[in-house]
Write a protein of this length. Sequence first.
Lengths: 878, 113
Amino acid sequence: MNKKQNHITPPRLAQKLLLLFLKEELAEEVQGDLEEKFYQTVNHHSLFRAKRNYWFQVINYIRPFALKRNRSYQSKPITMFRHNFKVSTRQMLNNKGYSAINVFGLALGMTVAMLIGLWVHDELTFNQYHEEYDTTYQLLRQENGSKGRYTSEWFYTGMGALLKETLPHKLENLLMSKGTPFSRVLAHGDKKLSFSGLYAESHFPSFFGLDMKYGNEDGLNDLYSIMLSESTAKKLFGDQNPVGELISMDITDQYMVSGVYFDLPKNSEFSGTDYLSSYKTFFAKWPERLNIWDNMNTKVYAKIQPGNDLEELNEQINGLFIPRLAETSKERDPNYLLHPMSQWHTTTFVEGVLGKNQTYRYIWMYGFLGVFVLTLACINFMNLSTARSEKRAKEVGVRKTLGSLRQQLISQFYLESFLYSFLAFVLSLLLLKALLPWFNHTSAKDIVPPWQVSTFWLACISFIIFTTLIAGSYPAAYLSSFKPINALRGGLKFGKRATTPRKVLVVFQFLISVMLIIGSITINNQIQEAKNRPIGYSPNGMISISPTSPNYHKNRAVLRQEILNTGMVTEVGFSNYSITNDRGWNNGFRWDGMDPAFDESFNTVHITEGFAEAMGMEFIAGRNFDPTRIADKNGIILNESALQAMQLEDPIGMVITYDPSWAEAANFTIVGVVKDMIKASPFEQTRQSVMFNSEDKRYTAYMYMRLNPDVSASESLSAIEQVFNEILPEAPFDYRFADDDYNKKFEAEIRISDLAIFFTILAILISCLGLFGLSAFVAEQKTKEIGIRKVLGASILHLWQLLSKEFAVLVLTASIIAIPIAHYFLEDWLSTYELRTKLSWDIFAFAGLGGLAITLITVSYQSLKAALANPVDSLRTE
Amino acid sequence: MKETRLGDFEETLLLLVGILEKEAYAFKIAEEFESQTKRSTSIGAVHSTLNRLSDKGFLTSEMGAATAERGGRRKRIYSITASGQRALQDSRDFKLSLWKQFPAFAGDLNFSA
């Protein structure tokens, strides 16, 4: 052939493809034929045509007769499998420590992924317990208020009635409900307990698809009928069927139990509804109130079949309501809209605009975290497997020399990786079972183990297969490709290329770990910051009770005196609002020298004699109300924030006019100023507050008692209970410790903190496993180098440095990348709080150094082991 | 027993193997097929059929000499077996008998054996 043709060759890729699928015994003749054809085409036509034709010919060889057979006909598959299985288990048992680390790391990753998966599933199926979840809507109302455009769920009963009348074909099955739970005392026989439940129209059970245990869904049709949740029924009646029994509610009314429904799950909007009764019963004494336009006290739900235009429906509703509103309401620019149930949990209205809420963000965040952790665990698993590969190189060499086919080696490695991932899976199931109660408690969930859910098993099986393939593919593809002669000679070298991806991985893992460390510390700091704030009163040693009895108000003074007489409490006081929230906002305050533009409202609370002492309020100016001074009836106490908001210099004795729209104007004299009390969220600034002096029965719902510090709590409580039961035998002694209530304000943050710490520990553990694998790998690579250095007189410290320095650099790099990212996310998170902790440099430094310390400890195990090894052993290996 | 009847493509290839004699390997057979029938085919299709004919026992093959234009690779030379020849003859006889029963052509045609 002439020289020119030596440069022209058939397309390489096509040749490779051909060899990939073609039977080895056919390769020679087929390649020859195709090449002949190729050169012939080149000579007669063009090079392009020749190449195209070569491809065509190659593709046309994909025929059954020419394809490689995957199975070897010589060996018996079962015997081979048994052999592989035996070798794999022996491998595992020979390297117990290594196998344990590998399996444990993967199991941890799987457990976290399962927990997060279950959590995300639980959040995503929120409210799906309810039948017709997709077609259920709630009516909402938006209006302009003093603090911007707000969204409310409260309506006139007349509005619901009007919709029922005019749009029955579109708003099917409209339901009105009181929505907010009512705390009532239910009593049966000698059992009396507080429960919180709902009043709604009698088709509530069928509307929301409750599962009935006893009775049926129509049970609320009769006046004074009541349905109990399973747990309520159990508390009152034990295991017997209570249908038809009478129970008394707040002593005054008798209700007949008409059904028992299974408790609503925690991921339902109506979770914790202990009982249900009907609107008819609620308004039994004033039936006309079921259709009035003067009190926004009902929530409205409806079913809308798909196919209806929601926009159009909203417009229709607006058109119905707005003309019927009073002028003052119209000025607030009202707007009505239907909100689908599928969005209740993950959306919120800010300034009247629908947006995703915090829950939605957490779902994504945790979802990502789960995928991350699992990926890391998987990659580590793969890494640890391959780091051992040099040890296996000789085994591969021997097997190949004895005639093992590559196919058989590959199946051997896959089987091994399957055994590991299967073991890890079993372990992760045990871990899941052990951790789930704790996880439920920490995340306030009610997740049941998904043992009966087939999709869970399906997901697990596919995951095992996935991990097996991923983790097994590297050793399977790489190790099986060794040339026996190289493998046996021990001259196998993993170049720089083999370590670079591992280094990137270490950086990535520590990036996440360091970020999580910074996050955990910051969340914790944020909680501490709020906890360290002066509360303004002392919750410790104080109990509160809100007696539910019609006889409470007329016996209130006696109750107070009798409890004081026991000597178990030092003071007793009353107020109209709880100390642990900041309900009750009014404006209409005027005073001399007031800025005319000032129109902010004040938190208004009414307190009685003894309240300030029981509460432990701290006066910074003036004095408490004095029951002996009649003028103090018109006295008020301000808090520090009010003083600042009003810009008063010398407040004591000043007269303030209070003119709320709903009562006559009156003048009040400032008698004292107290330190701010944290009533609402401890992460918010305290607002201006005014306290009035009142003994009126409208203003005494909450009773506060300061326990005598010299008597043990259990002793004083039983003494107080005795007195309480004598005076109000019908009401349960449902007391609460004020400090418990106060600590509840931190629950959400503590939950985040606990989960963050949990994930941080896991991330560190998993990263350490990865690091451990990598350092083992590196130490193994350098065995001879270390041996020679030792012989030449290198010190152990020097060798340790040699092996550890590289990792320290990696982790420092990770920290440097992690700090700005963590800073960005935490700033974002903290910006949702009014009071926030500072992101100071020492947190970042601590996290970085912490990561470094963990790294050095992990790596030192391997590097010291390598440095301490006797050079005779390491140099002899050949 | 394997299927022993001949398809049209198979029959043509079998004949071509006989015609090409010492040059009967997949590439040449495919070339010859294309030039004689003016129909295009691929070496893969030809090879696959040759393989099937060998399975049926109509062909045998052995590795032949290597040439430079094939990159020094050897070629597989096919030759017809006795049962292959019989199958060809049977096929021809069968068609002849059909032709003879065809009244429109029966008198005019003169087949030589």
